[in-house]
Design a protein. Structure first.
Length: 132
């Protein structure tokens, strides 16, 4: 069986919605304040919408006012790959799913304690698994 986190681009295209594909595979950004999970306050886990990799816990979600779901920490460091991003004339840190390399969003240093980080993540790049 094929590793489902290492698909050719045409397979991702079939698996993801066009908007999810644009974000996850082409490093796009959803419009602020449109994400379904932006105001989700339920307890549970946030996973990569593409491959299901567990990325964030609801315990670290906070309202940043940015218009995108925001977290101050990842479930663990080995879930997310960080990369310098110099696009749009800025220097930002891109956050990708380590498993499938899908683009998630960016990480900024203006988050709350204890980490001071703000993982600014596209809602469409995430799935949510509520706690039963
Ligand atoms: Fe993934």
């Amino acid at each position: 069986m094929k590793n489902k986190s290492d698909l050719p681009e045409d397979e991702w295209k079939k698996k993801l919605s066009p908007e999810q594909y644009r974000i996850l595979r082409e490093k796009g950004t959803e419009l602020a304040f449109t994400g379904e999970l932006l105001h989700n306050k339920k307890k549970g886990r946030y996973v990569c919408a593409a491959c299901g990799n567990e990325l964030f816990s609801s315990d670290t979600k906070f309202d940043s006012g940015s218009g995108w779901p925001s977290f101050y920490d990842a479930v663990s460091k080995d879930k997310i790959e960080l990369k310098d991003d110099f696009s749009h004339g800025m220097h930002r840190i891109e956050a990708m799913c380590k498993k499938c390399k899908g683009h998630l969003g960016h990480v900024f240093n203006d988050g709350p304690k204890p980490t001071g980080k703000r993982y600014c993540i596209n809602s469409l790049a995430l799935g949510f698994k509520g706690k039963e």
